[in-house]
Ligand binder design. Sequence first.
Ligand code: PEP
Length: 246
Amino acid sequence: MALKKFVAGNWKMHGLSADLAEIKVIADASRQYPGVDVALCVPAILIERAARAVPGFAIGGQDVHHAEKGAHTGSVSAQMLHDAGAGLTIVGHSERRDAQRESDVEVKAKAEAALACGLGVILCVGESLAVREAGGAIETVVAQLEGSLPESAKAASLAIAYEPIWAIGTGKVPTVAEIAEMHRAIRGRLDERYGAGIRILYGGSVKGSNAAEIFGVADVDGALVGGASLKCADFIPIVAAAAAAG
Ligand code: PEP
């Protein structure tokens, strides 16, 4: 049975007070597509205002600290995200795995902290271009998954985002066959571990122009969208394609 599609935007380090108006426009437009779960993961400092501006629409964070509280200057806990109005958070984005040297163990701890606080989690995995070219993409991503997955999770609160690093923000997208092969491998691990129902999102240069093709691939249950999530005019066509794919 097809899972309900999920399209989440990752605003990364974009967004000021003035952009709350765009969040409202996106939230209003996405209500036309009740068959798709839609969320925007915004900078931590915007979460509370965004959540107040669009009640009922899912606002998320982009990272969370694994500890409940304590001496972690500059970090944000799961309880803080929840308290600010977030319903979910991204963990393990490749930009953090790379720049902040986040390990699988840390990503797993973050996912568990977020789930324990009642937040949904989008857990990212993906291979570098060098790994893809050397033929090690599946093995690498499956190993990342094994190391990062929380001990337990309900289908409603966990989604995996397969994001090949070389496709993020580059305009390059894997072939349909490459996406299908990777999502099938991820599906196998998830089903073994938790049973059916965990959604697998594809991320990396998704746009209105390629979304329908990507959503047509087996085991693609939605998308994590960076650049094209900043403007309603770019993002809503992706949500519409998800709705059309069913
Ligand atoms: C992302 O940052 O998660 C992402 C997929 O970015 P983009 O859509 O811009 O490639």
